[in-house]
Design a protein around this ligand. Sequence first.
Ligand code: PLP
Length: 435
Amino acid sequence: MSRQAERIRKLDARYLNPGVGPVEPLVWDHALGSVITDADGREYIDLASGTLITNLGHAHPRVVAAVAEAAARSLAFYNCSHAGRAELARRLAELTPGDLERSAFFSSGSEAVDAAVRLARLHTGRTEIVSFAGAFHGRSFTSLSVSGLGRLRQGFGPGLPGVIHAPYPDGSVTSDDGLDAVRDVLAAESGGDVAAILAEPYQGAGGVIIPPAGYWKKVEGICRKHGILLISDEVICGFGRLGRWFGFQHFGIKPDIVSMAKGLSSGYLPISATAVSASIADTLKQKGGEFVHGYTYSGHPTAAAVALKNLQMMAEERLVERVAEDIGPYFAAALSRIEAHPLIGEARSLGLIGALEIVSRKGTNQRFGGKEGTAGPLVRDACISNGLMVRAIRDTIVMCPPLVITHAEVDRLADIIERSLTEAESKLREIPAAA
Ligand code: PLP
């Protein structure tokens, strides 16, 4: 590690609040397209897209120019009317299907989820929110409460009242079994006051869990039958990741409220949004909630300009179609080849989100000493030292390349992953078996 990288590491260790979480073993210097360069000049293919943000790749020159142009006009309008915000709201109304045509803007995905929960309660006059075990929806108090990862709430006291967590079905159960599990939870825990069911179309932080075919249609059916709103958290699924503009479109459903962030601006600047139908938006007027979304930085002019440019570039470069028809299937084929590696239990993918489960299916966890959570970080670190930036959720390697990734880069990343798996495998064998 260079002296500069070492100095940055020391400053992190000395001055950074540990609550920002564990950091990868590299210090970023700059990033362009699908490639990150670290402070020592080493290059890595970015298979994490930041954290599922850089759909358009890093530092697209036309977006960089749009930042400069917008910043020169104003760096702050403080939630006031301006062309960028208005045009972005219009563009989102065009992109979202049906009548999801009224947006509010925020800075983070957490705030967009908070807004979705507020709107659902206000509109229905009910208080219960059904969300899913294993889900991650953010770190504000509301979004953390609806998240189904209890360990993130440890020490913070009780969460928001009225939140019910249902099991999230993976591909090993049928859609009917998944639905029965939701019904059982409702029967056991709901007082008949459910305002909304809130879900990610596929579950990200839970380990890239893809629900069985037909499941969301059935959940949508329950919502319609009981006047429950359906909220789709599109913070990581939205903007082309699954080969449609929005993840819910892949599953053929139409939510009432949509929260979005990350891919909205390719993460170039923080901006998020919550879109609803006109009738839900009108509730705000009727019930005196006209200022509930008025954050200081809502619709920030530079962020709005960047989001608009990002959406324009995505359309011009036909990135969403590219994921559905070309690079998504190519990526899936590469993962299927990697699945043959003895360390892999299962490979799964949807569009440009992919997961390699290292220990679950072939008993390797027992073989390597029953040390759950060991293999994932070992493989991740081997990938990083071989020039591939990936994340691990326990023993699942998560892959979400920028939508601009090339075929040659997919070939290269597959080679690197196979090599890294073999390296990690020999390290795992050295770990003594658990008593
Ligand atoms: N919703 C989902 C599905 C997410 O994955 C995340 C963050 O990763 C959030 C909400 C929160 O977004 P933010 O970190 O921008 O607050």
